[in-house]
Write a protein of this length. Structure first.
Length: 135
C-alpha cells in the first residue's frame, strides 16, 4: 500500500476491509475516494454487511439507470420537437420562395409594361410625325 493510505493509521494490520469501489482497504469509515462519487462505504468484514453493500450497489445502479432513462426521454422529446420545428421552417421557406418568385414575376411584368409603354409612345410619336408629313 502507498503512504497515502497509511498516513492516518498507526497499525498496518488495521487494514482489514476492502472497498468495492476503489479496491483499497479501509477501516469502518467512508471510503474517501468513493465518497467523492456519492457512494457510502460499507465495510465488507461481515456477511450481513456484504449483503448491504450489494443492495446498495443494486440501488445505485437502478438510480443511474432511471436517470439515464429520463435523460433519453428528454432527448427523444427534443428530437421530436426539432423535427416539428424543422417542418415549420421548411413551410415558411417554401412560402418565402413563392413570394420571392411572385415578386420577381411582378417586377418583370412591370418592366415589360414600361418597355411597351415606351415603344407605344415612340410609335405614337412616329405616327403623328408621319401624319404631319403627309398633310
Amino acid at each position: 500500500m502507498d503512504d497515502w493510505d497509511k498516513s492516518w493509521l498507526d497499525d498496518e494490520d488495521s487494514y482489514i476491509n476492502t472497498c468495492n469501489f476503489c479496491s483499497r482497504h479501509h477501516l469502518d469509515i467512508e471510503c474517501p475516494i468513493c465518497h467523492m462519487f456519492g457512494h457510502q462505504y460499507i465495510s465488507l468484514g461481515y456477511e450481513g454487511e456484504k449483503e448491504k453493500q450489494e443492495a446498495h450497489n443494486v440501488n445505485s445502479l437502478m438510480e443511474c439507470t432511471d436517470m439515464l432513462d429520463k435523460v433519453n426521454s428528454k432527448i427523444i422529446e427534443q428530437i421530436l420537437e426539432c423535427g416539428e420545428e424543422k417542418s415549420k421552417i421548411m413551410k415558411l421557406l417554401d412560402h418565402l420562395d413563392a413570394s420571392q418568385r411572385e415578386i420577381t414575376v411582378q417586377a418583370k411584368l412591370e418592366e415589360i409594361e414600361y418597355q411597351q409603354g415606351e415603344s407605344y409612345g415612340e410609335t405614337e410619336i412616329l405616327s403623328q410625325s408621319w401624319l404631319q408629313e403627309q398633310t
